[in-house]
Design a protein around this ligand. Structure first.
Ligand code: PLP
Length: 422
């Protein structure tokens, strides 16, 4: 154990777990540098946050300039960066999103979106989808069902929350169409047996599940939800905390599917790593939320907002390239799937790709990721997993990764899979 690791364990609450305990002192682009001088390819991206890589020049310059002027206002007076960031974000969000509320974290923005939906609809019920991840604060963990351990020991959670299946075709051994039909039938049963649709304020859904295993909702399923929401006056909240800001091939997955969310939840890559999150909605929805009935001290921090505005500008050149890079990455992964029995499924959108590792009996192989993640680390790369069994490689390189670095990352993982298979 290094001295820093010892100090860390002596002083930091053990509930906080880091995937790797290598000390990193610097990051630039797709690479980070360890204290011993070793370079690592960073495909963890701070959990889908550094979409522009580490320290993109324009974002650094904007944040530094703001740091030298004003770095906190706390809602006491106006400052331009909050307006500028909101304008830029509204410009790239799906049609119908006209106004922005800034918060600090994804969980906080999720909770704000639920408060908004309840207040403006006058209804209490929230329907969420199994294996969804929406955060870990007391309210947001109510909606998180990606792993039972996130909820264990914290009950009772918020009442009037109903959980229904999200299509998992690979996990269920079904086609996408059959999985959609099954999930929609269960939703119908929810309304028949448990709660009437008129009591539901919102569907809270990730258009592509992240933590739960990198399952895209599919065009058909998300449009079916939109239609049911319209029929019953239910608000559709799209949690795009992980999928947003170019990750899935357009600015937001809602645009990939051409579906209109009533409320859009954003976080993670919004400021490429500075703490910021946001809720977007139409003027009609936001204007029905009485002034002062929600608030924040740090939300919309001037430095984070300046970084976010510059980040959106920087991403303008990158987002249109994601589909091309994605096609190449998928072709490589699909080719590797042909060669490795451990790869059961390759799925996703854009540069949010899940590679599901399975045993010979086609069961989730938790050991496989443990071995592959370790091997990759030894070879100079950080990579994360997802899924309830931790057996899905979460392949999320920076969106502006070079072809060489992308190949290098896939080669390292391919070698790691080969070594695991023996
Ligand atoms: C879809 C989704 N929603 C909400 C959250 C919670 O965000 P935070 O960790 O910033 O609270 C996450 C975090 O991983 C997420 O992936």
């Amino acid at each position: 154990m290094t001295d820093l690791q010892k100090r860390f364990h002596d002083i930091i609450a053990p509930v906080i777990e880091f995937d790797y305990e290598t000390e990193i002192i610097d990051g630039k682009g797709s690479w980070v540098t360890a204290a011993d001088g070793r370079q690592y390819l960073d495909f963890a991206c701070g959990i889908a946050v550094t979409n522009m890589g580490h320290r993109p020049d324009a974002v650094v310059a904007a944040a530094q300039a703001q740091l030298n002027r004003l770095w906190h206002a706390g809602g006491a007076y106006l400052y331009e960066p909050i307006v500028e960031a909101a304008e830029k974000i509204v410009d790239i969000t799906p049609d119908g999103i006209d106004k922005i509320l800034f918060m600090n974290s994804g969980a906080e923005a999720v909770e704000a979106s639920v408060k908004l939906a309840r207040k403006v609809s006058g209804r209490q019920g929230i329907i969420t989808f199994r294996a969804g991840f929406h955060g870990r604060t007391m309210g947001s963990v109510t909606y998180t069902t990606s792993k039972a351990k996130y909820r264990q020991g914290y009950h009772p959670l918020l009442p009037s929350t109903f959980v229904t299946p999200f299509p998992h075709p690979f996990g269920w051994g079904m086609t996408q169409e059959d999985a959609n039909a099954y999930a929609l039938r269960e939703l119908e049963f929810k309304f028949r047996y448990e709660v009437t649709p008129g009591e539901i304020a919102a569907f809270l859904v990730e258009p592509m599940q992240g933590e739960g295993g990198y399952y895209p909702a599919s065009h058909q399923f998300i449009h079916a939800l939109r239609a049911i929401a319209d029929e019953h006056g239910i608000l559709l909240i799209a949690d795009e905390v992980q999928t947003g800001f170019g990750r899935t091939g357009d600015w937001f997955t809602s645009q990939v599917y051409d579906v209109r969310p009533d409320i859009l939840v954003m976080g993670k890559a919004i400021a490429n790593g500075l703490p910021l999150s946001a809720v977007g909605a139409s003027a009609a929805v936001f204007d029905a939320w009485p002034s002062g009935s929600h608030g924040t001290t740090f939300g919309g921090n001037p430095v984070s907002c300046a970084a976010s505005a510059a980040n959106v500008d920087a991403l303008r050149d990158v987002v249109p390239t994601v589909d091309r890079v994605s096609e190449y990455a998928f072709s490589r992964w699909n080719e590797l799937k042909e060669r490795h029995r451990t790869i059961g499924d390759v799925r996703g959108l854009g540069l949010m790709i899940g590679i599901e590792l399975v045993t010979e009996g086609n069961e989730p192989d938790t050991e496989a990721f443990a071995s592959i993640g370790k091997h990759a680390h030894q070879a100079g790369m950080f990579i994360l997993n997802c899924g309830p069994a931790g057996n899905v490689i979460r392949f999320i390189p920076p969106l502006n990764v070079s072809r060489d670095d992308l190949d290098r990352g896939i080669d390292i993982l391919s070698d790691a899979i080969k070594a695991y298979e023996g």
